[in-house]
Design a protein around this ligand. Structure first.
Ligand code: GLN
Length: 378
């Protein structure tokens, strides 16, 4: 059989996590917490199982969860979305993204993707016959050059993909970015796919620029979220997509034949857990504390931090340590010093290597301390 993805290998997250396990290294590579979720969340899911919520959920998700999400959207972004027609529960954020692309990308359609790009975006577009149009973010600020974006738009441009807060860089979109985006979307009638799985992980008092805040943009958008990232349960693979009814109607046509519906007891548990806004409102402070602690510890190393405004990733330059390529460096640090990270070149199709690696700080203080103790020797 001819491969549909001839240039795609194993995802860097699998590669680095496997190496970390093999080397018994501290794993700051793949993005997941090393602490458990709230006991109450587990109890709520257990209770749902005991109450016999164990058969298929409705295709778009159980109504109490969709209602709880609509309430959260109202609390966080002062926007009304319809639980009935505009929200669909998905098995994770990555699935939510794939399904949006499968819903609207036809062979020949061009999709604008900014690099460094989360590693599923490009294969998702390719497997659906689309053409990724890759635009580098500025270095080292990792911002969007909107003039460059405008110059890449053609009659085939169908969609622009965004990710804020951004993985792997921790940059966030500003209100000015939104103004620029609004202009292009209106002028060229583009669709927007906005990956906002780190929506609550925004620091230093900034406001998350969700597409949901902007009705003009939302009209043309799919916005995707992750309970895994929000409530420290990445292994549950639970997320959702919000889109205006006319787009969501098409989205559900695809979703119903991809997985049909999502884990029922977990949906019940999450619906109840969302009733307490503190469960998500406490997240910026919780993770900012981890970022600050990690940065403080790292001052005693020869790594140089780049700014991190959101997400649970911290980029570090290592040019004071070595001139090796970032993959070789990340592998060597894992093997020789016992700390795994992600080389940022893995997020560029052409392998652009700015000698930067990504650390995940969604870890217990003790884990960060142990890791930095080792990184001091690098
Ligand atoms: N989102 C996670 C990260 O960036 C990884 C998820 C995955 O391994 N697919 O590290």
């Amino acid at each position: 059989m001819m491969s549909k993805l001839p240039h795609v290998g194993t995802t860097i997250f699998t590669v680095m996590s496997a190496l970390a396990a093999e080397q018994q290294a501290i794993n700051l590579s793949q993005g997941f917490p090393d602490f458990d979720c709230d006991d109450q969340l587990k109890e709520l899911v257990n209770a749902a199982m005991q109450q016999a919520h164990n058969q298929y959920a409705p295709m778009p998700g159980i109504m109490p969860l969709r209602e709880a999400i609509a309430q959260k959207v109202f609390n966080a972004y002062n926007q009304q979305v319809s639980p009935d027609t505009e929200i669909t529960i998905t098995p994770g954020g990555t699935y939510a993204i794939f399904t949006a692309i499968a819903t609207c990308i036809r062979p020949g359609d061009e999709v604008i993707i900014f690099e460094p790009a989360y590693d599923s975006y490009i294969p998702n577009v390719l497997v659906n016959g689309g053409t990724p149009v890759l635009i580098p973010l500025t270095f080292p600020e990792y911002r969007i050059n909107w003039e460059l974006v405008r110059s890449k738009i053609t009659p085939s441009t169908r969609m622009i993909m965004l990710n804020t807060p951004h993985n792997p860089t921790g940059s966030v979109l500003s209100a000015t970015d939104i103004v620029e985006l609004e202009k292009l979307v209106a002028e060229f009638d583009l669709l927007v796919l906005s990956d906002e799985v780190y929506e609550h992980l925004v620091y230093d008092g900034q406001q998350h620029q969700s597409i949901l805040r902007y009705p003009n943009l939302f009209r043309n958008s799919f916005v995707t979220f992750s309970f895994g990232k929000t409530f420290h349960v990445t292994g549950w693979k639970m997320g959702y997509c919000i889109a205006p009814a006319h787009l969501m109607q098409e989205y559900r046509k695809v979703h119903q034949y991809l997985c049909f519906s999502v884990n029922t007891p977990m949906q019940h548990g999450l619906a109840k857990f969302l009733e307490t806004p503190e469960h998500y409102l406490s997240l910026p402070a919780f993770y900012q504390d981890k970022r600050d602690y990690f940065l403080q510890l790292m001052q005693d190393t020869r790594f140089t931090p780049l700014p991190c405004y959101g997400s649970y990733f911290q980029l570090m330059r290592y040019d004071r340590i070595s001139q090796e390529g970032d993959k070789a460096f990340a592998i060597r640090v894992t093997k020789e010093f016992g700390v795994a990270s992600i080389p940022v070149s893995a997020f560029y199709q052409n392998g652009q290597d700015d000698h930067v690696i990504r650390f995940c700080f969604a870890k217990q203080r003790q884990t960060l301390e142990r890791a930095v103790e080792r990184l001091r020797k690098v």
